[in-house]
Design a protein around this ligand. Structure first.
Ligand code: NAD
Ligand code: UGA
Length: 479
């Protein structure tokens, strides 16, 4: 039986739901896409006429929104209507690590997924394909199926029925539009072949058939967690090698280049940096760890947990290097932080290495001047969990000698930014940080001035010629 699809809905208008549905709407102009969210403010931002006010910054997104919004793509808070009318419903809600209760600190908190499934159970009509787009622990589809088949649903009418599929998302923030347009693969896990074909037909509008993989549902759920775990593992591996480079005289950039030439290893995901951030790597690995522990696979659990342990250790290591190089103390010293987002080309700060490193430096009493081209100061305040007294207006002097303060600067051309600063610390690889005029910066800083480059993007020759000390991550010539 061929399943006819005319309307598609998505529950969750976040970093995944928003761009994914926008791409689908642009590729499938004959279908209607409704993206719904409980967060009214977020939906208002998606509907904002001023496209610079969209809730997420993602290169290429504005143009696609302009092409599709209010034509065949609609953002709203009307969850009931979106569910009632849909032939396919994507669940794309957040699945953060559980903060308390059973599995706290490791397993995913599924309360938003459960709430979404209950809404689908309550409002759906006829036959509906329900798609797990969120990243979920293995066997979550079973939970969703249980809810959908609950007494409440069955009591509605007999003609309500569902197929649950897994269709994890592999986009990376900052390159989401390109990733969605040219995916390496589309993974569809499930049991009902007709439903899987109906879902794959959406993608076939622009993705070659050979890139669409069908698997069983548990393989699909596990493949998503495994994919993130493998990617994160590469970063912890190369970051651990950066520490060896620093003490042996090797250079991590050269080591990466050399091993990346081996076609079995490949060159991607070998950039040493301040430690991986983002909302998913840590959470998904911990999920895998929880799963392994649950099934008594202790060695497997500790293998994957070490990826997260190295990441934490590495961030602490960078903070300590800054303090040591600045004569063992940063108390009341001004430090400029370049970059707060967890990577370039996004305004997302979730699990950003900048948060940990800034907190460590504030604990040591440093006065931080933080600049990021896309992250707003209120987000930084939330992330640093500071009350108003630890935030200092730009240009004001910290009169309290016991605690560090942070201040926000909105552009690097401001003459005051580098005034009396002891060190500049590069934490996100924004392109504009490659173009800093170190000679001009040097004239404002105190001597000896330092540049700490955790992203390996500063022009080392220019930094040194300007008369600044340079510490580059994983460079054995630092000493
Ligand atoms: P997000 O926090 O940006 O967005 C989730 C949205 O869901 C929020 O706006 C929230 O208000 C909404 N929501 C929660 N419960 C709801 C409900 N019951 N009804 C309606 N709306 C509800 O999260 P995200 O970054 O988009 O991630 C979503 C999922 O996708 C996660 O499981 C994540 O692991 C996975 N994922 C994320 C990325 C990424 O790059 N961010 C990539 C691949 C997969
Ligand atoms: C990652 C995966 O790359 C996506 O495939 C996946 O869909 C997504 O997680 C998810 O499930 O959420 P994302 O977190 O957006 O995407 O960004 P990445 O490019 O993977 O970067 C993650 C972190 O690793 C960043 O802090 C980045 O700076 C760091 N990184 C990345 C490095 O330190 N070195 C590298 O070589 C690559």
């Amino acid at each position: 039986m061929k399943i006819s699809v005319k309307k598609v809905s998505c529950i969750g208008a976040g970093y995944v739901g928003g761009p994914t549905m926008t791409m689908m709407a642009s590729k499938c102009p004959d279908l209607i896409f409704n993206v719904v969210d409980t967060n009214r403010e977020r939906i208002e931002s998606w509907n904002n006429k001023d496209l610079s006010k969209l809730p997420i910054f993602e290169p290429g997104l504005k143009a696609l929104i302009a092409k599709t919004r209010n034509k065949n793509l609609f953002f709203s808070t009307n969850i009931k209507e979106a569910i009632e009318s849909a032939d396919i419903i994507f669940i794309s809600v957040n699945t953060p690590t559980k903060k308390k209760g059973l599995g706290a600190g490791k397993s995913s908190d599924l309360k938003w997924v459960e709430a979404s499934a209950r809404e689908v159970a309550k409002y759906s009509k006829g036959y509906t394909i329900v798609v797990e787009k969120s990243t979920l622990p293995v066997r979550t589809a079973e939970v969703i199926e249980n809810i959908l088949n609950s007494a409440e649903t069955i009591s509605k009418t007999n003609d309500v029925s569902f197929s649950v599929l897994s269709n994890p998302e592999f986009l990376s923030e900052g390159t989401a539009i390109n990733d969605l347009e040219n995916p390496d693969r589309i993974l569809i896990g499930g049991e009902n072949k007709e439903a899987m074909i109906a879902l794959s037909n959406l993608y076939k509008a622009w993705v070659k058939e050979e890139k669409i993989l069908f698997t069983n549902i548990w393989s699909s759920e596990l493949a998503k967690l495994t994919s993130n775990a493998f990617l994160a593992q590469r970063i912890s591996s190369i970051n651990s090698i950066s520490a060896i480079c620093e003490v042996t005289g090797a250079d991590v950039k050269e080591v990466s280049r050399a091993i990346g030439k081996d076609s079995r290893i490949g060159s991607k995901f070998l950039d040493s940096g301040p430690g991986f951030g983002g909302s998913c790597f840590k959470k998904d690995i911990l999920n895998l760890v929880y799963l392994a522990e649950f099934f008594g696979l202790k060695e497997v659990a500790s293998f994957w947990e070490s990826v997260v342990t190295i990441n934490k250790w590495h961030q602490k290591r960078i903070s300590e290097i800054v303090v040591k190089k600045l004569f063992g103390t940063v108390a009341n010293k001004k430090l400029v932080i370049l970059g707060f987002a967890f990577k370039a080309n996004t305004n997302d700060t979730r699990e950003s290495a900048s948060i940990t490193i800034c907190k460590n430096l504030l604990n040591e009493g440093a006065d931080l001047i933080i600049y990021d081209p896309k992250v707003c100061p209120s987000q930084i305040g939330t992330d640093l969990e500071t009350n108003p007294t630890t935030f200092l207006e730009f240009g004001k002097v910290n009169v309290n000698e016991d605690y560090g303060r942070w201040t926000f600067c909105d552009n690097l051309d401001n003459n005051e930014v580098f005034k009396n600063v002891c060190a500049v610390i590069i934490l996100t690889e924004w392109a504009e940080f490659r173009k800093v005029n170190w000679k001009a910066v040097r004239t404002k800083m105190v001597s000896p001035g330092w540049v700490f480059d955790s992203r390996l993007i500063a022009n080392g020759k220019e930094v040194k010629e300007a008369g600044l000390n340079l510490w580059s991550l994983g460079d054995g010539h630092n000493n």
